[in-house]
Design a protein around this ligand. Structure first.
Ligand SMILES: Cc1cc2nc3c(=O)[nH]c(=O)nc-3n(C[C@H](O)[C@H](O)[C@H](O)COP(=O)(O)OP(=O)(O)OC[C@H]3O[C@@H](n4cnc5c(N)ncnc54)[C@H](O)[C@@H]3O)c2cc1C
Length: 339
């Protein structure tokens, strides 16, 4: 008989992040499909509010490792807490969101418990088959394992966030005594970029991709990088879009010359970059070559603006290609979007 544990860490504000609620949907659906009991295991400074918020998820058991030592990300304490929760619940299947804290800690926990772990899981079914992508979303694998406990790190953006009535629940504390060696790493704070420099917005409706064409010589024989930067900045601000880039454009930061200052390698989409999930994507001044568009696997509706009617987007990579000057198109769109 399987036993399922939904494992998650609370955020700074004491609630569960969206990705954790998505994993809870996967865990609750799986528990129903295999008719196995569901337990909730939480890690955080104080988890009562988070537990109350998911009271109706169908779990028979709520337990937690809490306290100041478990407030923020640290491999040693997170691994100790997760290990204690898996032992306490005797779970055979452990589902956790693939966020940095548990993605970092759980592989070690799987080893300690002689279990196995799968990362980037994007589907789980009642026959206990899971799916994950390989080789930058080019191949999908379906696999299962007999070894237990089996840890599944669920990718964000795949399942619907769990929703339900809040109620007051009894959370059983699980004591973990950390040795001094597990406290050597100290969390000193977050370093966040200023709000207007925050160009990567995973929750945005639209991904706006800027390609190297923005910095190339234009019809008048001159590049217009500052104009491009302002057009891109205004568009992503007005449309509340997330900013992606081609590799060629972000590589220019290390090649000297004038660059679009909004971009870093973190914005790069593609084979050696990110594979973001957004309902819509708009590529501008980007050729749409395969190593770039492979990062668009999870972008549902795709449009591109390119001067070249034979660019990669025209050969099946986009739903709509506007053969046009992106400087003119984006300036007009910004005007239409208003202030
Ligand atoms: C192993 C490997 C891994 C790679 N990984 C990645 C990756 O992760 N991500 C990635 O992006 N690339 C990756 N690449 C590189 C990829 O093959 C392309 O070289 C890169 O995506 C090209 O970037 P680009 O389309 O912005 O630039 P370009 O190919 O230079 O295209 C610029 C485009 O802008 C258009 N243009 C110019 N001016 C305008 C205008 N005014 N209006 C409209 N259009 C205009 C031009 O017509 C042209 O199509 C990888 C390559 C290799 C070999």
């Amino acid at each position: 008989m399987e036993k399922i544990l939904f494992l998650a860490c609370t955020q700074e504000d004491g609630v569960l992040p969206k990705a954790a609620l998505e994993t809870l949907t996967a865990a609750a659906d799986l528990a129903a499909a295999v008719q196995a009991p569901l337990a909730v295991g939480l890690i955080g400074e104080n988890v009562q509010a988070a537990a109350d918020a998911i009271a109706a998820c169908g779990a028979q058991e709520f337990c937690a490792v809490t306290g100041e030592d478990f407030a923020s990300s640290r491999y040693a304490s997170d691994a100790a807490a997760a290990e204690a929760l898996v032992r306490k619940t005797s779970a055979t299947l452990v589902l956790a969101p693939a966020l940095s804290r548990l993605a970092k800690a759980l592989p070690g926990v799987a080893l300690r418990l002689d279990g196995r772990i799968e990362t980037h899981v994007c589907a789980v079914d009642g026959a206990l088959n899971i799916q994950r992508w390989y080789y930058r979303q080019r191949m999908i694998a379906t696999l299962t394992r007999s070894q237990r406990p089996w840890f599944l790190l669920i990718d964000p953006g795949v399942f619907k966030p769990w929703e339900g009535q809040a109620a007051s629940v009894m959370v059983e504390p699980v004591a973990v005594t950390l040795p001094e060696s597990a406290r050597r790493t100290r969390f000193v704070g977050f370093e966040a970029p200023p709000a207007d420099a925050q160009t990567i917005r995973p929750e945005a409706e639209l991904l706006f991709v800027a390609g190297a064409g923005w910095t190339k010589k234009q019809a008048d024989g001159q590049p217009h990088v500052k104009v491009a930067e302002k057009l891109i900045h205004d568009f992503i601000t007005k449309a509340k879009a997330s900013l992606g880039s081609s590799k060629s454009l972000v590589d220019q930061t290390s090649e000297g010359g004038e660059v679009i200052s909004l971009l870093s390698h973190l914005n790069q989409v593609g084979q050696t970059g990110a594979t973001p999930r957004h309902p819509k994507g708009l590529a501008t001044c980007c050729h749409g070559e395969e190593p770039h568009t492979v990062g668009w696997r999870f972008i549902n509706k795709r449009r591109a603006v390119n001067l070249d009617a034979n660019c990669g987007w025209a050969i099946g990579k986009a739903d709509v290609l506007y053969v046009a000057d992106a400087f003119q198109v984006v300036a007009k769109v910004n005007e239409l979007l208003g202030d």
